[in-house]
Design a protein around this ligand. Structure first.
Ligand code: HH2
Length: 293
């Protein structure tokens, strides 16, 4: 029997975003305290310049955030998040054509960003921390990233435990996709993310990456954010400034297992890694790719 064609598109604010190879999402942190680049792009003009630089380097999507979610981070107020984020999103939206995602779990921040040109809401709480978020996404037609997190950033790394982490993340995705559907968000607008480092120990992160194919066959594109994260530091015993090679290895393997979007700090380098890994994967018989994706 003929298999259905592999889904290689999603919808975001009236745009159809196609990916014949995985997309590189460049990170723009307008924060004083992000775990890698906190304080470097804190001023609006620095953040805008960084966004333009990442597009020049080959970013297919930008992800702009104004609240760190690193382990131990405490939330910023809505006013502060709006003040940091919105001028940057508005200016960047005037100057680039790539889709703009905003990394927020606050509905009012998401709405303000959509008003000035964002079309993807990257919600690390998967629509759970702000009751208004689902209706903001549904009404706007934005795409939404539903990320798995166990706990919240201040406490998430305090001895997280799982039976089978991959099965638990998959059942979380089923439950959140259903909740999103009930709120009027169609599957065509949903991106799934296993949330590497969000309430997970080294072994959990490794299993999720190893068995990513179990998550990429759920009918939605899968985003993986692993750039320079602590598990790479644990494996290599290297500080955050020296984790680019480790990131490259993990990005290549995530691409091989069917990831659709790679969220990274080092766009130029990882765009090359994604292209090579994607070309190797594309040389597989289509049936195995379809099985994985
Ligand atoms: N990771 C971070 C932030 N947002 N969003 C998604 N969907 N997936 C991720 O893996 C993810 C994310 C952490 O990275 P970064 O933005 O560099 O750090 P910080 O949260 O300290 O700003």
């Amino acid at each position: 029997m003929e298999r259905p064609a592999r889904k290689d598109w999603f919808l975001a604010g009236g745009r159809e975003i196609r990916y014949s190879r995985p997309l590189v999402m460049g990170i723009v942190n307008v924060t004083p305290d992000s775990f890698y680049d906190g304080g470097r792009y804190n001023l609006p003009e620095q953040a805008v310049a960084r966004a333009l630089e990442l597009v020049d380097q080959g970013a297919d999507i930008l992800d702009v955030g104004a609240e760190s979610t690193r382990p131990g981070a405490y939330p910023v107020s809505q006013e502060e998040e709006l003040a940091r984020l919105i001028p940057v999103v508005a200016e960047v939206a005037h100057r680039v054509t790539v889709p703009i995602s905003v990394d927020t779990s606050k509905a009012a921040v998401a709405q303000a960003a959509l008003n000035v040109g964002a079309c993807i809401i990257n919600d690390v709480s998967a629509l759970r921390w702000d009751q208004e978020m689902a209706s903001v996404v549904a009404r706007s037609g934005a795409a939404v990233v539903l990320m798995h997190i166990r706990g919240t950033p201040p406490t998430m790394q305090q001895a997280p435990q799982y039976g089978d982490v991959v099965k638990e993340v998959a059942s979380f995705f089923h439950e959140r996709m259903q909740a999103a559907g009930e709120a009027g968000i169609s599957k065509t607008h949903i991106i799934l993310d296993p949330g590497i480092g969000f309430g997970k120990l080294l072994e959990h992160n490794l299993k999720l990456l190893n068995r990513l194919s179990d998550l990429t066959n759920m009918g939605c594109p899968v985003l993986v954010g692993l750039s320079r994260k602590a598990f790479i530091g644990q494996l290599l015993d290297r500080p955050v400034e020296h984790r680019e090679w480790g990131t490259a290895a993990a990005v290549a393997l995530a691409v091989d297992r069917g990831a659709a979007i790679l969220r990274v700090h080092d766009v130029a380098m990882m765009a090359d890694v994604v292209k090579v890994a994607a070309a190797v994967r594309a040389s597989l018989p289509q049936s195995r790719q379809e099985h994985d994706a």
